[in-house]
Design a protein around this ligand. Sequence first.
Ligand SMILES: Cc1ncc(COP(=O)(O)O)c(C=O)c1O
Length: 336
Amino acid sequence: MDIATGLWDADPGWLNTASYGLPPRRAFDELQAVLTEWRHGSSDWKPWDASVGRSRAAFARMIGAPAADVTVSSTVSQIMSVVATALPPSARVVVPDIEFTSNLFPWAVAADVETVPPDRLADAIDGSTAAVAFSLVQSATGEVAPLADIVAAARAHDALVIADGSQACGWLPVDVDQGLDVLACAAYKWLMAPRGAAFGYLSPRVRERMRPLAAGWYAGAGEAYYGLPLRLASDARAFDLSPAWFSYVGAAPAIELLNELGVKRVHDHNVALANRFRTGLGLEPGDSAIVSVDAPGERLEAAGIRAAVRAGRVRASFHVYTTADDVDRALDVLNG
Ligand SMILES: Cc1ncc(COP(=O)(O)O)c(C=O)c1O
């Protein structure tokens, strides 16, 4: 039996989780139930808000972090923009030149950015580097970052290690103990939540330097609804954004299910399918769930197979609900 049997309702031909992921049935059902409550005014918001705590705990478990070190937000760029307050003025931040802009523009606004080819990232870290910011898996190419090399170079020069896990968490086993100071992740791709939920692991050493510039009632200690004094949570919740509730209602069951299935198992399933695709196109096997190839993407589109097609390249991505049949149909179209 396939890993996802009975748990998802994906139509055949979805090879585009790198754009957005499809909800497991239980997440869709929980969200529908809450939308019905919203429609009729039959519930207080507090049960919906419980999904935020569930999501935070499930994400923390997935990345080997205490829940108290995880903040909730809506986007990666929002998380990174507040992390940028940890940097001194004119700090040098090294970033891959093909980095997705949500993990590049915040540094360009707040710091002195140097971009380098992804394979030169570790070498570019030196005594003048305040932080290195990069995606664990590159959005454009699917390349998996050489994390151990980057962390070793950053440690040697006391630079912060700031990772974007949006294309990794959910299929690539990740543990913050691998040397991460920050791990931000948008939840609408491999974590299969509705858009509007994002998580940020903030290590205690980075939190000490950060200013909670977006703090509101949700970042408060206890019920901080009205008036001074400023009273913020003592953990990473001080950096929380008030949550888009419905996004978390969908996020919690999806992340919990990934933890139940096991990310390592999902990884093996996804990479096996990605390699079936690569082999079918005459490429060497790789180590990623995302494959970027020079191929006639318009043929896929015409055949109803949904992958990302950009500037003559096809970016196909393979997740837990993808089947061998999805891959073979795409290969038939591309090779036909
Ligand atoms: C690597 C990466 N980070 C972040 C995002 C989304 O960023 P944001 O949450 O700021 O919209 C994407 C979306 O494609 C992405 O690929």
